[in-house]
Design a protein around this ligand. Sequence first.
Ligand code: DQA
Length: 177
Amino acid sequence: MSGYNQLCKYSMNDLGGQSGMEGDKVAHRILCIHGPNLNLLGMREPDVYGAVTLEEVDRRLQEYAHARGLELRVFQSNHEGAIIDAIHEAAGWADGLLVNPGAYTHYSYAIRDAIAAVKLPAVEVHLSNIHAREPFRHTSVIAPVCLGQIAGFGWHSYVLGLQALSHHLESAASSRA
Ligand code: DQA
């Protein structure tokens, strides 16, 4: 297993210090999934996806998560089955999913079904604006089982997606209280 194929590559505690939440209480637990070829970020078509590496994307996400007291675990795989397994496992610990399924976005009914099966709230993110690209990218089979989709803002799409997911989880929790 490569470093990136491990869950918990970083956790809130890796950053040290206090979380943004009182008493280091973790507000919500989120799994961020990066699909195929996203391990090549930085060198892969930088004119489309930007020059920021995946490690840097994760570092920026962790900063945001840390400030909001979220526990964020990240997972990258180039394999559909491994992504499905991670989604199934997330049902045992996570409150929500932040997903960039890469090219699987456009045709993986299996990933779509996995998200529907675990019933975790999910936000789909893309670095590029898939709707302004080749026609095959205009369809997302994942979007119908997600709360929403954010696309076209480079690495910032991930932070916006995390923000949206965190707001959703907070309002769902406060309406239960
Ligand atoms: C992507 C868009 C997909 O169409 C593409 O296959 C990717 C990256 C994005 O983040 O813009 O791998 O998901």
